[in-house]
Write a protein that binds this ligand. Structure first.
Ligand code: 5CA
Ligand code: ZN
Length: 404
């Protein structure tokens, strides 16, 4: 698939320190490698009800990481998928009478335009599940050779007993895992499974379901093997960061890491597992199933500046769960005006770039970075400082916070 157009990111004269980010697996800050080929895989959308504010917040957070990481000298290779065939998309197609492929094409395009408006740097590899079916088949065959597949009726499962990563990213108890597994697309109670948490690798052809030919019979891929296969193909057997919202820790990231490790025999699959907090609306997680959604495209159609949306997102720390309020958007429309006035002002001001960079290098502390720019803008506009560096701060904000 094609991604969206590249974003012009200014090159900074300061070299940023290597970013330290919170790794859900070790539950500690880890410093990312720089100066060599580094890689990140961020789970992409299932293309319906895109792009809601939860999606936007997650992709803006990873964008902020990638901008900083590149500014620290790393050559970051970036892959993202599109889950363009899966149960919820097919259910939506059946419920609306639309073709699932048309929904996927239309919603992926909408996502591209929203990401472009939010100045999110595109992945080098933007890969759909459907176009990856041959990769999935190869990985399942590799898993078969590793004795990590069993069949049940016309379906194939991965035995959780092979997975050393299960329990290691979300840190849930067995009973919590069984509950969450059922809520997030799993089938813990299916008769005939060896263990409740065994994960579906291939679903044999079902009525009303799209299917593809394979050595295991006609069918379609499971969800977790899709991301494992894409990451392994485009980034290699071991990546630096696996990313997504906190709702993907279990089962998705634990299972895709397990599939990858069993297939390649190399571990760990990822050096760090980075997760964003959940955005809520009206007190509940913003989700397609509840329908409590704020869409980036609707705000844009109302004339909202996407940079104000981006700023509203960045006023929250990426790991925090937070609630969307229109009043916060209004505050950030105002903030943006003040910042832009200060950027264009000919009044002299100090260069605070180094402080902004330090805040971001410390687990992407965007609220502190924003407070620094706020204070800078106020002092710039009250002309109390001796030197002129407004252009430098504008460039740093453009390069690292993605706001112009
Ligand atoms: N296609 C899969 C990943 S392979 C998927 O989870 N798609 S999604 O469309 O449901 O979500 C896309 C990304 O947005 C995921 O990283 C998910 O964790 C994140 N996300 C979904 N809802 C929210 C929310 N309310 N707040 C923050 N992030 C969210
Ligand atoms: Zn994924």
């Amino acid at each position: 698939m094609h991604a969206w157009p590249n974003v012009d990111v200014p090159h900074l004269s300061l070299l940023a320190p290597a970013p330290a980010i919170f790794d859900s697996a070790s539950q500690a800050l880890v410093t990312l490698p720089t100066g060599k080929r580094t890689s990140i895989y961020v789970c992409g959308i299932t293309p319906y009800d895109a792009t809601h504010m939860g999606h936007a917040a997650t992709y803006v957070a990873f964008d902020t990481l990638i901008r900083l990481w590149r500014a620290s000298g790393a050559d970051v290779d970036y892959a993202q998928n599109i889950t363009d065939v899966d149960d919820p998309l097919i259910e939506r197609a059946l419920a609306t009478g639309k073709d699932w492929q048309d929904i996927a094409i239309e919603q992926t395009e909408l996502f591209r335009t929203d990401m472009t408006a939010l100045r999110v740097v595109p992945p080098a590899h933007y890969i759909g599940a459907v176009e990856s079916i041959p990769l999935v088949i190869e990985r399942i065959q590799q898993l078969q050779q590793a004795d990590a597949v069993y069949s049940l009726d016309t379906d194939l499962y991965y035995p959780v007993t092979k997975a050393s990563t299960v329990g290691q990213i979300a840190h849930l108890s067995q009973s919590e895992m069984e509950t969450v597994f059922a809520q997030r697309g799993g089938d813990p109670n299916r008769p005939g499974k060896h263990e409740p948490l065994d994960a579906l690798l291939w679903r044999g052809q079902q009525p009303n379901d799209p299917w593809w030919e394979s050595p295991f019979g006609n069918g379609r891929p499971g969800w977790h093997i899709e991301c494992a296969a894409i990451a392994l193909e485009y980034l290699g057997p071991q990546i630096d960061v696996q990313g997504g919202g906190s709702d993907l820790k279990f089962p998705h990231h634990e299972m895709s890491a397990a599939h990858a490790e069993s297939a390649t025999g190399q571990s760990p699959f990822a050096g760090a597992y980075m997760h964003t907090g959940m955005v809520a609306l009206d007190g509940e997680k913003m989700s397609k199933s509840l329908g409590n959604l704020v869409f980036v495209s609707k705000l844009r159609a109302q004339g909202v500046d996407p940079m104000a949306i981006r700023l509203t997102i960045l006023t929250h720390h990426y790991r925090q769960d937070w609630e969307w309020f229109d009043s916060a958007l209004a505050d950030n429309v105002e903030r943006l005006t003040i910042w832009r006035t200060a950027f264009q002002s000919h009044h002299p001001a100090p260069d605070i770039s180094e402080h902004i960079i330090s805040a971001l290098a410390n687990d992407l502390d965007t609220p502190t970075a924003i407070a620094l720019v706020d204070a800078w803008a106020t002092s710039t506009l009250s002309q109390t400082h001796p030197e002129s560096h407004n252009h430098d701060v504008a460039q740093t904000v453009d390069a690292l916070l993605g706001v112009i």
